[in-house]
Write a protein of this length. Structure first.
Length: 272
């Protein structure tokens, strides 16, 4: 599963003081049973029109139909709350322990919080698309934990008014929003660790890309930064992607096709 040349490289890397950056995407969450935003199950109907996830999960739609967007998010969140970290998540938590705080950074596009549940630490984990564990008020800018007593809701459930009240900002009473990066919004440092993630890319000695295809801006910037620096890159994915094809063209690393929940645990012992 792990090529011998990569085994040798990882052993030498583990014995060095070099830094590793792990970039994870929806493929890891899918192995825990969480549907991707881009899957067909994400479609949503408002009035007589069907919207794709990329259309419904926008700031534009939230300002027009905040409760309808929240219902879509809560339907997605219901799946997230039932998910558990898979062996791939657990392997990354182990690798962080093995490499230590100064050598390990995790940048994740996933909003499900499974990396932190598995044991990765908040200071070393940059959630560049936000997290469903928190909500935010656009009016006053305050970020708050997601209401733990909010019920579980699916696509066709009607949420009573007293439940909506739990999503009101305690500071200004406005309806809060999910603390996630909507599809029509830009990255920033305050909420999404934009500069921190790029800084980690500039200083890393190894990039490991797991379960992501390079469809969004910041992950692509991270990949290009490491590629231009001539540093090795490992891509783990089920299918071909922009990342895997680029690595093969430039011959600057390794491409391993398969499930991250099988490949990452097999890599753990080489980092020791």
């Amino acid at each position: 599963m792990i090529p011998k040349s990569l085994q040798t490289f990882l052993k030498q890397f583990g014995e060095s003081q070099q830094k590793a950056l792990f970039l994870t995407g929806a493929g890891m969450s899918a192995e825990s049973g969480i549907p991707t935003f881009r899957g067909n199950e994400g479609y949503w109907t408002i009035g007589s029109k069907n919207y794709t996830p990329m259309e419904i999960a926008t700031n534009y739609m939230f300002r027009q139909f905040p409760e309808k967007v929240w219902r879509w998010v809560l339907h997605y969140f219901n799946n997230v709350r039932q998910a558990k970290p898979n062996p791939g998540h657990q392997a990354l938590a182990t690798i962080e322990t093995q490499l230590g705080n100064e050598r390990f950074t995790l940048v994740t596009q996933n909003v499900d919080g499974l990396h932190l549940l598995a044991g990765n630490t908040p200071p070393n984990t940059y959630c560049i698309h936000g997290t469903l564990s928190h909500v935010r008020c656009d009016d006053c800018g305050e970020v708050h934990p997601f209401p733990q007593d909010l019920g579980h809701y699916t696509k066709n459930d009607i949420m009573p008014d007293e439940e909506w009240d739990k999503l009101a900002c305690p500071e200004c009473s406005e309806l809060m929003r999910p603390h996630v990066l909507f599809f029509d919004e830009y990255y920033n440092e305050a909420y999404y660790k934009y500069e921190s993630a790029l800084e980690a890319a500039f200083h890393t000695d190894l990039l490991v890309v797991v379960g992501t295809t390079g469809a969004t801006n910041l992950p692509l910037l991270i990949f290009e930064t490491v590629l231009k620096a001539g540093k090795p890159i490992i891509a783990i994915n089920l299918d071909d992607s922009t990342f895997t094809q680029t690595i093969e063209v430039y011959q600057q690393g390794w491409v391993i096709k398969g499930k991250s929940g099988e490949i990452l645990p097999a890599m753990v012992r080489f980092f020791m």
